[in-house]
Write a protein that binds this ligand. Structure first.
Ligand code: PMV
Length: 327
């Protein structure tokens, strides 16, 4: 069946993982080695419009105003194929996507990108899915995108298979007014993307220990969020980030994402905490340092971060809402 023209627009926010997803049990289905917890980043937005039109000869991708081909378009086509399969259509689509945050600032854009694409593409294909079904589908585009579908603080349960590996909100955005102060120390493009990284995680002798102990860290993180206990959160978030990087650095081939300024901040921030500032660090697959703090401390954290050698810019994001359609 072919469709005439149908179009839908959606917005989604990136998220920062407090307990990381690293490594897949099944890379095709993007079933994670372990569960993870994140918070959505409010104020940072990807807005995507998908149009299916039976006159289109191919899928097209316009990213931040530029016609894009190659691996990015292939990944979009793979995702549209999943949507077309569910909707029983074979119409080509045009995807127009724009981020309001700088590309290359080390903010994982794939989570927001695939969450927004998932909402826009399913609606324009005529599908009506539940939040759980949207999260499962977004996961196929990028694992962390499953966590950008629900709002606030979100847990992605590893699950046993495709049907039960999805994310849900564990606390609303206003439950705890935390801020992510992102210390940008490099704007260079990352050398090894996360898809490749997930594939090599199992080659580190530390991955199985990290995965085995993940349930205990997830419990501590969930409890810290529930009780708004910052010192409990700080300890588990920093430990989890460093464990993931230990796996990255000991994988074959090894992945070193830190720059000298990343390490400088990782040593300074616990020191600031001992001096009374409530702040903790976490790093994704890149050198930029996400500094989580209560909203009341965000100005002091930003001020202190901007004085550290190697910090080029500080971006701030509050806890963000769920992905949503734009009328
Ligand atoms: O969703 P992906 O494939 O971009 O993987 C995300 C990996 C990390 O950002 C490093 C950790 C996480 O849980 O977001």
């Amino acid at each position: 069946m072919n469709l005439p023209e149908f179009s839908a627009t959606a917005e989604a926010h990136p998220n920062i993982a407090l307990i990381k997803y690293w490594g897949d049990r099944d890379s095709k289905l993007r079933l994670p080695a372990n569960g993870s917890i994140s918070m959505n980043l409010g104020g940072l937005v990807t807005r995507t419009t998908v149009t299916f039109n039976d006159q289109f000869k191919d899928d097209r991708l316009l990213l931040n105003g530029e016609e894009t081909s190659g691996p990015a378009l292939e990944r979009v086509t793979f995702f549209l194929d999943l949507v077309r399969g569910q909707a029983g259509i074979n119409t080509h689509g045009q995807v127009v996507s724009r981020n309001n945050f700088p590309t290359g600032a080390g903010i994982a854009s794939s989570a927001a990108a695939f969450a927004a694409l998932c909402l826009a593409a399913t609606r324009s294909a005529g599908l009506t899915l539940t939040e759980m079904e949207l999260s499962r589908l977004a996961r196929r585009g990028s694992g962390s995108a499953s966590r950008s579908i629900p709002g606030g603080f979100v847990e992605w349960q590893a699950g046993t298979g495709d049907l039960d590996s999805y994310a849900y909100s564990i606390a609303a955005p206003d439950h705890w007014r935390l801020v992510d102060c992102i210390a940008v120390v490099s704007t260079g493009h990352k050398r090894t993307g996360s898809t490749e990284g997930h594939a090599s995680a199992g080659s580190s002798p530390f991955q199985s220990t990290r995965v085995d102990q993940a349930p205990e860290r997830l419990n501590r993180c969930r409890q810290a969020i529930e009780q708004r206990d910052f010192s409990l959160l700080a300890d588990v978030v920093e430990a989890d980030s460093t464990l993931m990087h230990a796996v990255m650095m000991t994988s074959v081939p090894p992945l070193f994402y830190w720059e000298p300024a990343s390490l400088r901040l990782m040593k300074l921030i616990p020191e600031w905490r001992r001096q009374g500032l409530q702040a903790c660090f976490t790093l994704d697959a890149g050198p930029n340092v996400h500094v989580i703090c209560p909203a009341g401390q965000a100005d002091s954290v930003e001020e202190q971060l901007s004085q550290v050698e190697g910090v080029m810019q500080v971006l701030k994001a509050s806890v963000g809402p769920a992905a949503s359609w734009v009328a």
